[in-house]
Design a protein around this ligand. Sequence first.
Ligand SMILES: [Zn+2]
Length: 381
Amino acid sequence: MSQTLQGIWLDGSVDPHFHGRNSIAEGDGRLEIILPLAAVEHESIVLIGNTNPPLLTATEASQYISEAYRHLPGGVFPRLYAAPLLTDRTTPTMIYEMRQCRRVAFIKGFLSGVSNDGGHNVSNVRALQATLIACHDNAIDAPPLPVHWHMERKFDAHGSVIEMREREWYAIENDLALVLEIDPEGSHTVKHVSDARTIDRLRCYREKGFTVYAEIASHYLVRCHEDLYEGQGGGTAFNAHDLCWPIYKSRASQLALTRAALTGAAEGWAFFGSDCACHKNDPTRESDSKITQRGVVCGGTAILPAVSKSIVIDLFVRNGEALSLDAFLSGNARRAMGLPPADTNALYVREERTIPESLNRKGVHIRPFMAGETYHWVRKE
Ligand SMILES: [Zn+2]
């Protein structure tokens, strides 16, 4: 990597957290809109398996990736991988098939009751011990399978609803602790860390020798909880298109996450993940849109791939840490997932661009995160 005043060469990056959704032929259409935008930014992309139908096996993951390749623009050749979902019904045999499938990068676990998983989730971590150990035992001659977690809990051990801003921390204190107790040799990543306490806990676990990683999504670097209610012209309003799970935490947590990105990049335990998770903009729909006919708003930000990457470049350059960008955007995730080293690079230059108000294609409309605002780093070649 070399840096000039206004430009920077970066290794081919990895987005280990991309919700490609489904194609028009499958009754959706978000795949055609959003995947080509990621394909020009990243060398490797992991598509998360909460699709319709969900990806629960190696075969389903492989078929979905074959379909996704058909929607890439000409001239770009990213490597696409899938992350099937870990559920109460995932068996060691299913894990062995995933370990032998070169299109599976990791398995993704949602704890029940929190996110958009269609009911395909984990309700009993302890009951999955054999499945978790199968991710890395030597019963077969195949690479280990890392486990990535949406570490939030909606209900506590007594069945009471946990306060929204405590949900990640509750899961870290209880579920992550249990995961590492029953599977101390496994590789476990906490996706989209939102809480400063999670970072401290992950550091403690690493000092004890556990293989744990923090994935940090760009929107948590530029938003805190109060920003959700920042209306135009200094008023108060709810910014539905910024909403995502886990919910944003305090400004102090946001600052801690920016520090964690910078130091964790250099120390090898933090990496980027976009969590680009768009919903259609169609308030006439009963479901499956950002704001439904009934006024229900779902989590998930349509952060454009170029924007999520630009936010990271901007943060590292402003803090004099540009030399750690390749670790954060590429090397650390590759090591954590066992992906090959980058074999491409790309030039990013400092240039102001405005984020469009809407993406539209064949009747599908998506309002991007930070629509109308500017971003500062653009891919040139
Ligand atoms: Zn996600």
